[in-house]
Design a protein around this ligand. Sequence first.
Ligand code: BT5
Length: 231
Amino acid sequence: MKFAFHFFEKLSSTNDKAIDAEPWNVVAAEFQTRGRGRFKRPWSSGKGGAWFSIVLPLPENPAEMTFLAGLSVYNVLLRYGAHVSIKWPNDIVHGDSKVCGILTENFYGKRQKSIVGIGLNVNNVLPPSLKNKAISLKSILKKETPVKKAILDIVKEFNRQYTVYRREGFFPILKRWKSGCCTLGRNISIASLQGRFSGKAIDVNEHCHLMVKLPSGKVHELIEGDIYTVS
Ligand code: BT5
C-alpha cells in the first residue's frame, strides 16, 4: 500500500488528528501537547521524538496492529544497531527502559478504522520523572538519528510486514514478534484491571493474549495489563 504523510509542527495528539483521516495516511507531529498512552496516561512528547499515527482499515482483532507496529519498530531499531526487545503488549525496551510505546485506538461504524499511534524517543529529552523507566535512541546509540528518517523507515517496514500479514495471515507476524519478545520465559508481576498477581509468562496466543502460569499451576490468559519483570 502507498501511505501519504502529513507532518505538523504541533498537535494535541497525532491519534486525535488521525480521526479525520482515511486509512493509508500517516499523521506526525514535531511535538504533542497532550500525547497519551493507554488508559489516558500522559505521554511525554517533546521536540526531537517521533510521534506519529498510522491509519489503517479496522481488522478483526486490532491488537494484531499493535504487534505489527511493535515488530516494525523493533526491526528498524535493530537495523540501526540498538539492542532492544519487545515487551508485551505494546513496548519496545532497552533493558528495562522503554524507548517506544504504541497506542492502538479503534473506531467502529461508518468510518471504521484503526489508528496505530507510535511514540519513539529519538533525540528528545525525557523528564526526570521518567529517568529510570524511559530512554531515547540517542542515549542508546550515542548519536542523533534524523526523526523524519526514523518515521519513514518504520512506516516502510510496517508496510512490508503488512504485506506478509495480508498474504499469509497473522501467524508469521506473531512468530517473528515472539522471537523478539523479552517477556516470554520470565517471572513477572502483573498489574491489570483484574488486580495484581505474579506468575511466569509462558506464551502469547493467536489473540495476542499473554499466557501466564500461576503459582497454582493454572494458566491465566491475560488480555491487558502492565508487566514488571521479576527475573
Ligand atoms: C504507551 O502507553 O506506551 C503508548 C504510547 C503511545 C504514544 C504515541 S505518540 C503518537 C500517538 N499520539 C498519542 O497521543 N499517543 C501515541 P502506556 O503503555 O500506557 O505507557 C504510558 C506510560 O509510559 C506513562 O504512564 C509513563 O510512565 C511512561 N511514559 C510517558 N512518556 C514516555 C516516553 N516518552 N517514553 C517512555 N515512557 C513514557
